[in-house]
Design a protein around this ligand. Sequence first.
Ligand code: ATP
Length: 133
Amino acid sequence: MKTIKVSVVTPDGPVYDAEVEMVSAKAKSGELGIMAGHVPMVAPLDIAAVRLKKEGGTDYIAINGGFLEVRPDVVTILAQSAERAETIDLVRARSAKERAEKRLQEKPDSIDIKRAELALKRAVNRINIAENK
Ligand code: ATP
């Protein structure tokens, strides 16, 4: 099967580089499935898992918002932060979740609510990926 190169890059550096058969991602506009030969495009991504199907199995990466760019032979994901499933610190994610939930109960201020909602979404995404990898 023809493969496509995938790079996941964050401000802290590269997180993932591999040749894969298919990239599945959650764009703001809906689910994307990208294989070799896909038309070039750029799409904003949600806080969600990116699944990378390879010959020997599937890799999972927590993407915490960013952009996906498809070029003829490469998919680049630029993310605010991203972690491979096996590098996720579950204890840290669980405590981030608790912290965010507490803030949402305590703070009626709207800016803090938005921040806490996003923190909660990142934490839940990491927990789901780490638990199901
Ligand atoms: P926390 O409140 O635990 O810092 P956060 O969602 O605010 O979580 P980010 O700002 O998204 O964290 O990320 C900061 C850095 O920490 C990034 O490099 C990110 O990859 C890393 N990171 C955050 N949470 C985890 C985690 N649970 N496991 C591994 N790396 C993490």
